[in-house]
Design a protein around this ligand. Structure first.
Ligand SMILES: [Zn+2]
Length: 249
């Protein structure tokens, strides 16, 4: 009885705030964030989403001394991770971006006015605006395209699964491709427009299926797979190439 109480009390006490430190890796100053996690059993290290630093997950009772020792031991791994990271992509004339899974070249029209124009056949995206505004113009256009494709896919799956959603948002979610709230709001990352259509479709099928099953039960997966047989390939694609979708910042 006393043991049980001790256990539940420990579970309730809040985790400390993450701590950040600067670190020199291969001559580059990077940020390392130490994060305690209730269920972590060991130290794990990963590159941060934006590729500018690292995040270390540590067991809640581990000491900072042990955490720093783990960081020192992981220097070689961190150097490799930095050399392999996805480089930030500048939106300039001639830059190549993924769009619906196909590489497209950006053409600066040099005109101040006008819309972003897609030439799907030539795999070109014409972007107007002064150099300093091209990025904003392109991102706004990509977000609008993403909202369109995600709305089409979500509506199609909702009809097929006998579900309905109230609202659909397209945002720059850092950690998730999509989410679904209990009151029927679907949230997606606009970056899915950069991925092949079967990947965007899968994320839509996944979130729409949550409108019926708010869990990841067998029934949930059966529903997803019935309407989106390509789910497995999409999951593999996101695992391997998902971080590339974050190159455009
Ligand atoms: Zn889910």
């Amino acid at each position: 009885m006393r043991l049980l109480r001790a256990f539940t009390d420990r579970k309730k006490s809040p985790l400390p705030q993450p701590v950040s430190e600067m670190l020199l890796v291969a001559g580059e100053e990077v940020n390392l964030t130490y994060k305690k996690h209730a269920s972590a059993r060991r130290f794990t290290l990963r590159l941060s989403r934006d590729g500018t630093g690292f995040v270390m997950t540590m067991p809640r009772r581990a000491s900072m001394m042990d955490a720093r020792a783990f960081a020192t031991k992981s220097q070689a791994w961190m150097e490799r991770a930095l050399s392999r990271r996805v480089k930030a992509l500048e939106v300039v004339d001639g830059a190549v971006i993924m769009f619906r899974g196909v590489e497209h070249r950006i053409v600066a029209t040099g005109k101040v006015r006008g819309h972003v124009v897609l030439d799907a056949e030539a795999k070109l995206i014409h972007v107007p605006g002064a150099a300093g505004h091209m990025r904003r113009r392109l991102l706004d256009w990509l977000k609008a395209e993403a909202a369109h494709d995600l709305d089409v896919a979500s509506t199609r799956y909702a009809m097929a699964m006998g579900a309905s959603f109230r609202k659909l948002n397209v945002r720059d979610q850092k950690s998730r491709w999509g989410s679904c709230s209990t009151d029927g709001v679907l949230n997606y990352s606009w970056r899915l427009i950069l991925a092949p259509a079967f990947v965007l479709d899968y994320v839509a099928a996944h979130e729409v299926a949550h409108l019926r099953e708010m869990n990841h039960s067998i029934r949930f997966w059966r529903l997803v797979l019935t309407h989106c047989p390509d789910s497995h390939n999409a999951k593999v694609w996101l695992k391997h190439y998902g971080n590339r979708l974050h190159a455009l910042r």
